[in-house]
Design a protein around this ligand. Structure first.
Ligand code: AHR
Length: 660
């Protein structure tokens, strides 16, 4: 049976946009997918310039938590992405086309049919199942079902895959079930297991499939077949590859490693629009995302597809633990993307209670109700937490209800958990101190040129109000991942984040992940691209990784004169390593000569110079050409007191200079 890769993919079309996103996002998509105008590439050649830095004179602190991550269930980031599950639609949900991603298998003269039995399921969360009715089958003439995975099933040599399913049979003589991994291109069986069935109600079956010396490929599918007539009901058909840190129900190792390479300090979870849902019914009800998978119904997510919630709240937290980052926990605050809200007061109370319970699940010890629940789910140790965010992008709520909604959440959270800082997603009206946010979450998505023009936004912002969390930002050029124009816009923006990091406590690019198979994407650009087997990093990824890895604790006094308006810089100093981290961003198409004067640096030093260069704004990395733009490291001698240095056109440099 042919299983073309991406066979079930729906092209990116108006249906998927109009289903739930605004015209604003369509405009962004078109903007990002459009070729750049030549006018954006050419600028007036900048003149010779002078950069002065006094590394001993620290004028503002840099937030130790400045760089982090923001992601959500979008672009198949989790299902078909980070969450390692290989089977798409494992719970047999139906759409107008039927049971998507599943096909009937009939070998030889086998006769069989499949349908969804809505009256039989292993749990109240999964009350339905797939019924396979086999009229005729025999060894060599098997019947069953097949799944093509998430645009293929990635298989590697000498690897063990853990399979499982729930099944119910009237008569086990229909079995055993044969689970086979089959190559789409050759039809060869790459691994096989036999699972004997037991009579009676629902049971969970587990098995393993181990590949031999195969070539790595994602052109594979899974088949579950039987060789005798009868009826078999199936639910929650799962196949897991080895996961990061061998977590059961865990994450893809390659994507976890990519994220670790960003040197993040936090993860904002569970997301932005994903927290809210399109309607009031679709909110992120975390309580239905924990516990055994068979008790998780999943939910309709806002980015056009259904979330399995296999990656639920506990898995989010374990992901943080595995990457040694802290969660920034966003709690649902009663606003839905289509504009409805829950009235503050009595109607909102259950949601406030849900938020209190959620914080207890994350941080409570095992003597608390929800801390004990977390222990039951396998994690007795509480997770660290400092920030709780109330809602997402509530500036979209034109009813003005956010002031009162925020106040109701803030009062309850501060009373119960006074130790945590509260983040508001829109400015709230002055009332009592406890109803004021500690931090405001600002979001910016802009074309690279606008991002570059925006870099002074926070320079003169008041330092007396709430701190700032730039919870989502991105330069928007390139698809599906950012091109070099975006990397330059992003790097320019990051110089401003660092310069203003006394005010900006955290910042996160968004969105982080995109499955690049046709039909998987809803938003572009995204930082890291992947398919069923491979990942690649965009130029923006490398820019962010370099900025985060080379970040000091304070910003020294510095000044720059004589550059064009597409040259940007940041200087921070490390407290432990006594290194000056200079970031120089030349977004113009002319080299920039710089005379760098380092006050108080008397000895000659060897600096490490890491450069990221693109041949044009449109240059980019892709699955086909993943290493076109990657950081290159050289060294340079920095004479005492001053240094003549040239930053090539279209180049981002991160320079480490030892200062003692
Ligand atoms: O990052 C993609 C989306 O952009 C987020 O879900 C939302 O918060 C913002 O509008």
């Amino acid at each position: 049976m042919p299983y073309p890769i991406c066979a079930n993919a729906m092209p990116f079309d108006v249906r998927s946009i109009a289903a739930s996103r605004s015209l604003r996002r369509l405009a962004w998509f078109l903007l990002c997918a459009s070729p750049l105008l030549p006018a954006q590439v050419h600028g007036t050649p900048p003149s010779a310039a002078h950069l002065t830095v006094d590394p001993a004179d620290i004028v503002t602190p840099v937030s130790p938590t400045l760089y982090g991550m923001m992601t959500e269930e979008i672009n198949h980031s989790y299902d078909g992405g980070l969450y390692a599950e290989l089977i798409q639609n494992r719970a047999f949900r139906t759409s107008w086309v039927g049971v998507e991603h599943w096909d009937l298998v009939r070998c030889g003269d086998a006769a069989a049919s499949m349908d969804v039995d809505r009256s039989a399921g292993p749990s109240s969360a999964l009350p339905q199942s797939l019924r396979l009715t086999v009229h005729e089958a025999s060894p060599g003439n098997e019947a069953g079902i097949g799944n093509s995975g998430y645009w293929g099933i990635g298989l590697r040599p000498h690897t063990t895959y853990k399979g499982s399913f729930y099944a119910k049979v009237d008569d086990p003589a229909i079995g055993p079930v044969t689970a086979s991994l089959i190559s789409d291109t050759t039809g060869a069986v790459l691994a096989k297991a036999r699972i004997a069935l037991i009579p009676g109600p629902w049971s969970r079956y587990q098995y393993t499939l181990t590949t031999a010396a195969i070539a790595p490929s994602s052109a594979n599918h899974l088949q579950l077949t039987v060789a005798h007539p009868g009826s078999l009901w199936l639910q929650l058909v799962s196949l897991m590859p080895p996961t990061f840190h061998d977590r059961p129900n865990g994450n893809r190792s390659d994507l976890m490693e990519r994220m670790a390479g960003l040197h993040p300090k936090f993860l904002r979870l569970p997301g932005g629009n994903y927290l809210e849902g399109d309607t009031l019914l679709d909110w992120y009800n975390w309580k239905t995302t924990i516990g055994p998978l068979v008790d998780r119904p999943g939910h309709q997510a806002p980015w056009t597809y259904y979330s399995s919630d296999g990656l639920g709240l506990l898995e989010f937290l374990e992901w943080c633990e595995d990457l040694k980052v802290e969660p920034v926990l966003a709690v649902y605050a009663g606003y839905a993307l289509r504009g409805q809200h829950i009235a503050p007061g009595k109607d909102l109370e259950p949601f406030v209670q849900s938020a209190l319970d959620e914080v207890e699940y994350v941080t409570g010890d095992t003597s608390t109700k929800w801390g004990a629940e977390r222990a039951k789910d396998g994690h007795p140790v509480p997770f660290p937490l400092h920030y709780i965010e109330i809602g997402n992008e509530d500036w979209f709520d034109k009813s003005g209800s956010y002031d009162a909604r925020f106040a109701q959440f803030a009062k309850a959270l501060r009373k119960r958990f006074p130790q945590f800082k509260l983040i508001a997603t829109a400015p709230v009206k002055e009332s009592s101190a406890e109803e004021q946010p500690d931090v405001l979450d600002d979001h910016y998505y802009k074309p690279p040129a606008e991002m570059m023009d925006f870099v002074h936004h926070y320079d003169n912002a008041p330092r007396t109000g709430p701190k700032i969390f730039v919870g989502e930002w991105a330069s928007m050029s390139g698809t599906p991942t950012p091109n070099f124009a975006s990397a330059l816009g992003d790097a320019a923006w990051m110089t401003s984040l660092e310069r203003n990091s006394d005010l900006i406590v955290m910042a996160a690019y968004a969105p982080l992940l995109v499955n690049v198979c046709p039909g998987a994407l809803q938003w572009t650009p995204d930082l890291i691209g992947f398919d069923a087997m491979r990942t690649y990093a965009s130029p923006s990824y490398y820019a962010q990784s370099l900025f985060a890895e080379h970040l000091g604790y304070g910003t020294p006094r510095s000044s720059l004169a004589g550059t064009g308006d597409r040259f940007f810089y940041s200087a921070t100093v490390g407290s432990h390593d006594h290194v000056l981290h200079l970031k120089l961003v030349n977004a113009s198409n002319s080299d920039q000569a710089l005379s760098i004067e380092l006050h108080g640096v008397s000895a000659v030093h060897t600096a490490t110079v890491i450069s990221l260069h693109g041949a044009s704004y449109a240059a980019t990395n892709s699955m086909q050409d993943p290493n076109l733009i990657v950081p290159k490291t050289t060294t340079a001698h920095v004479p005492a007191g001053g240094w003549q240095h040239t930053v090539p056109a279209l180049t981002i440099q991160v320079i480490d200079i030892p200062i003692s």
